[in-house]
Design a protein around this ligand. Structure first.
Ligand SMILES: NC(=O)C1=CN([C@@H]2O[C@H](COP(=O)(O)OP(=O)(O)OC[C@H]3O[C@@H](n4cnc5c(N)ncnc54)[C@H](O)[C@@H]3O)[C@@H](O)[C@H]2O)C=CC1
Ligand SMILES: O=C1[C@@H](O)[C@H](O)[C@@H](O)[C@H](O)[C@H]1O
Length: 346
């Protein structure tokens, strides 16, 4: 059996996912694509999925008889409408982050999915499938460092586009830490503060960069997350967790060590594509496998998308107020209690 996938949005990550569905993963086939830029959609189909039909819009693609599952990789503000339409059609949907740009939008998706009665949505929080983060999770579960006390994270990008704004440091970038850290710590967020250090000369006038986000969990763990999207030297993701009995850190991505011209060192990756390539493969294979087995979606859920959105809203409020803001979430519905399975491969 094959899961026939329709892809909405054929930009950077849409193309990447189409390529992996067609060339790397098993049990899937891209049968449909669409993009508001129809020339791009045609070009991408022609390059990576010659058999795919190019549709004029998301609604036509979702309705297509040869589309079993939908992959949403359009711009964030377009996600909610596509996910809701896919749910209405009773089709599985993998949605890149953010699930929706507002907490209310995420809640509408949660409600639609619960009304449908089966989990169909997986959110593209790929770090939960990254071997390094899985090793951290395992170490915490085995209590190798005892109770976690403090976390230090770094999320650096080489440079940001002109369209990247100060709030996007939260909604577009920190959102990955927001998701992965509460999953790692098995804890909930309580408060947040955002500090603005001296601004880099490499950021455009409208952008505050870097930023320091201080999150406190209900158990009292303090997380210090640096977001620096014009760091210039590379794509750098770090995470260190200090516990009562020791410290664990995210492993470096293995790379050849080169000694040449009087220097010794390794290449620094330049973007998310290579850093999380294996994680994207595993998350999407999990989505396809759930479809092949006709089982409820088991990856990061619509509820996880909602938690991330509520937390991001509080972070943006803290950016604006300069004060500590609280993060309040309703109780997780029973429908989502047994979600977000951890893949076994570490
Ligand atoms: N999980 C991850 O690490 C990453 C996730 N993303 C997420 O993936 C999404 C796409 O990001 P990129 O590929 O970098 O952006 P992009 O700008 O390269 O591509 C987005 C594409 O969506 C199309 N589009 C916009 N609205 C549309 C609509 N209503 N219907 C159909 N097509 C539409 C655009 O024309 C564009 O071609 C974003 O939500 C982003 O946050 C992006 C990069 C990495
Ligand atoms: O999701 C991603 C991008 O959309 C975002 O713009 C980057 O800052 C992140 O590093 C990347 O993982």
């Amino acid at each position: 059996m094959t899961v026939r996938v329709g892809v909405i949005g054929t930009g950077a990550i849409g193309q990447d996912h189409i390529r992996r569905l067609e060339c790397k993963l098993s049990g899937a086939k891209v049968t449909a694509v669409t993009d508001v830029n129809q020339d791009l959609a045609r070009k991408v189909a022609n390059t990576y999925a010659k058999q795919a039909t190019v549709y004029a819009n998301d609604r036509e693609l979702i309705a297509a008889r040869d589309v079993d599952a939908v992959l949403v990789a359009s711009w964030g503000p377009a996600h909610e409408a596509s996910v809701l339409a896919a749910l209405e059609a009773g089709k599985r949907v993998f949605c890149e982050k953010p699930l929706a740009t507002t907490a209310d939008g995420c809640m509408r998706i949660v409600e639609a999915e619960m009304a449908h009665g089966k989990r169909l949505v997986q959110v593209g929080f790929m770090r939960r499938f990254d071997s390094g983060y899985l090793q951290l999770k395992q170490a915490l579960e085995q209590e190798l460092v005892g109770e976690p006390l403090m976390v230090r994270c770094i999320h650096r990008n080489v440079e940001s586009a002109e369209s990247y704004t100060t709030d996007m440091a939260i909604t577009d970038t920190l959102i990955h830490e927001i998701d992965v850290l509460h999953w790692l710590l098995n804890d909930e967020y309580q408060h947040v503060r955002v500090l603005y250090p001296k601004k880099t000369k490499h950021a455009l006038p409208h952008l505050q960069d870097p930023q320091l986000v201080l999150l406190e969990t209900k158990k009292g763990v303090i997380i210090q997350a640096e977001i620096f999207v014009n760091c210039k030297y590379g794509y750098d993701i770090q995470c260190e967790i200090a516990g009562e009995e020791g410290v664990i850190s995210l492993p470096d991505v293995p790379a050849v060590r080169l000694c040449s011209n009087g220097r010794k060192g390794t290449e620094v990756l330049q973007d998310w594509k290579k850093r999380f390539e294996a994680a994207y493969d595993v998350e999407l294979q999990a989505f396809i496998d759930d479809g092949l087995k006709d089982e409820p979606a088991s990856g990061p859920s619509a509820w996880d998308g909602y938690v991330a959105a509520v937390t991001a809203d509080a972070c943006v409020k803290a950016q604006e107020s300069g004060r500590e803001e609280s993060i309040e979430l309703p109780k997780k519905p029973a429908f989502y209690q047994h979600s977000a399975a951890t893949p076994e491969q570490v």
